[in-house]
Design a protein around this ligand. Structure first.
Ligand SMILES: *Cc1c(COP(=O)(O)O)cnc(C)c1O
Length: 374
C-alpha cells in the first residue's frame, strides 16, 4: 500500500483505519447482503447507522440535549443561505469578515436582510483575526442601533491559516460559527453558540455532508422567512432526522466511522494536543527559517491550516512540485493567497508533518543565500 502524505485542504485525509473498515464492509454490510450504498435510508439498518453517528458525535463533542443535530447536503455554502432564512427574524445580522468564506457568508446573508460587517481583516489581507474588543464594540453599537438576530464568525479560516483563539462575547445575541475546518480538531463549548455548522470534508468525513448543530429554541418556531425552501428549514429537518428527502446515506455512514475513530483515539482533547504538536513543529521551522515564513499573524495562527511562503513565487512553485515528487501532496496555497498551505487535520499523522519539516530544511539548505526578504 503506497499512501502519500496528504496535506489537502478539503476533501482531505481520512483515517486509514476508517477507510479499511469501509472497504471491509462495502459489499456486504454487517450481514445485510447489500452495501450501505444500496440500502433504503428508511431501513432499520440505515436508521441504526444514522442514530449511532449522531449519538457518537453528541458524546465526542458534548452536545447539550437542547441542541438539534442535522446531517444535510449542500456544503457550508448552502448553510450560509439557510442561516439567514432561518434566523433573520428582525432582518439584521452581524458578520465578522475574517477571510473568504466569512465574506461569502455575509454576501449570501445580504440577499435576505441587512448583513452588517462588524469588523474585517481585509485591509491586512486577512492575515489577522479582527480584535476581540473591536468585534464586541461593534456588537454593542449594532445592538443599540436596532438589534441583531445573530453574530456570524468563521472560526478557522482555511485559506488564510488563521483561527480565533477566544470567542467574542455576544451577550444575548446568538453566536453562529462556521467551523468547517476546525470541527473535531479541538473541543468546542457548544453551549457558547446558537448554531455551529461544518462541511464534513475537512475533518469529519467525505464531501457531501454538512453537520448543523442548532439550539432548539432558535428554530422551534420555524424559519424566519417564508421563502425558506423546505429542505433548508432546520426545524423540519430536525423533526425528520435530516430525512425530508433522501440524505447522503454513505457520507453519513463514513462520518459516523470518523466520529467513532475520534472517540477511540481519546476524544477531542487528545485531537487538540496532537494537532497543536503538529502545528508547532511547522511553526517552529518557519520561525527559524531564513527562507520560509509564516503568512498568518503569529497570535492568530491556525492549528489546522498552516500557510507559508518564500515570497518568491517561482521558488514556492518549485517547493510544491519537489514535495509532490517526494510524495507530499496538496501543499499549494489557495489561489487567493499563493505560497504554500499544509492542512494538518486529525487524520494527518505526525510522521507526515515530520517529513514536511525535513523537506523544508533540505530545501532551505539547497537554496542557502536566497533570502525571503529580498
Ligand atoms: C471549505 C469551507 C467552506 C465551503 O464549504 P463547502 O462545503 O464547499 O460549501 C466554508 N467555510 C469554511 C471555513 C471552509 O473551510
Amino acid at each position: 500500500m503506497a499512501r502519500v502524505h496528504n496535506f489537502n485542504a478539503g476533501p482531505a485525509a481520512l483515517p486509514v483505519a476508517v477507510l479499511e473498515e469501509v472497504q471491509e464492509e462495502l459489499v456486504d454490510y454487517a450481514g445485510n447482503g447489500l452495501s450501505v450504498l444500496e440500502m433504503s435510508h428508511r431501513s432499520p439498518s440505515f436508521m441504526a447507522i444514522y442514530e449511532q453517528a449522531e449519538a457518537t458525535l453528541r458524546e465526542v463533542l458534548g452536545i447539550p440535549e437542547d441542541y438539534d443535530v442535522l446531517f444535510l447536503s449542500g456544503g457550508a455554502t448552502l448553510e450560509f443561505a439557510a442561516l439567514a432564512m432561518n434566523l433573520m427574524r428582525t432582518g439584521r445580522a452581524g458578520y465578522v469578515v475574517s477571510g473568504h468564506f466569512s465574506k461569502v457568508a455575509m454576501d449570501e446573508g445580504a440577499r435576505y436582510g441587512e448583513a452588517l460587517c462588524l469588523a474585517t481583516g481585509e485591509d491586512e489581507n486577512f492575515t489577522r483575526i479582527p480584535q476581540k474588543a473591536e468585534i464586541e464594540g461593534a456588537i454593542a453599537r449594532e445592538v443599540a442601533a436596532g438589534g441583531l438576530d445573530y453574530v456570524h464568525i468563521c472560526q478557522n479560516n482555511t485559506i488564510y491559516g488563521t483561527m480565533y483563539q477566544a470567542l467574542p462575547e455576544t451577550g444575548d445575541v446568538p453566536l453562529v460559527a462556521d467551523v468547517s475546518s476546525c470541527f473535531l480538531s479541538l473541543p468546542l463549548d457548544v453551549a457558547r453558540y446558537g448554531v455551529i455548522y461544518a462541511g464534513a470534508q475537512k475533518n469529519a468525513g467525505p464531501a457531501g455532508v454538512t453537520v448543523v448543530i442548532c439550539r432548539h429554541d432558535l428554530i422551534a418556531h420555524g424559519p424566519a422567512l417564508g421563502i425558506c425552501p423546505a429542505y433548508l428549514d432546520w426545524r423540519t429537518q430536525a423533526m425528520k432526522q435530516s430525512m425530508l428527502n433522501t440524505p447522503n446515506t454513505f457520507g453519513i455512514y463514513v462520518c459516523g466511522k470518523v466520529f467513532e475513530w475520534v472517540r477511540k483515539m481519546g476524544g477531542l482533547e487528545v485531537m487538540e494536543a496532537r494537532n497543536r504538536k503538529k502545528a508547532s513543529m511547522l511553526y517552529d521551522v518557519l520561525d527559524q527559517s531564513a527562507l520560509f515564513h509564516g503568512v498568518a499573524n503569529p497570535a492568530d495562527r491556525s492549528i489546522a491550516n498552516v500557510t507559508f511562503s518564500t515570497n518568491i513565487p517561482e521558488l514556492d512553485r518549485e517547493f510544491v512540485s519537489e514535495a509532490a515528487r517526494a510524495g507530499l501532496v496538496g501543499l499549494g496555497g489557495h489561489r487567493l493567497v499563493g505560497g504554500m498551505r499544509a492542512s494538518i487535520y486529525n487524520a494527518v499523522p505526525k510522521a507526515s508533518v515530520e517529513r514536511l519539516c525535513g523537506l523544508m530544511k533540505e530545501f532551505e539548505e539547497l537554496h542557502a543565500g536566497t533570502s525571503a526578504t529580498e
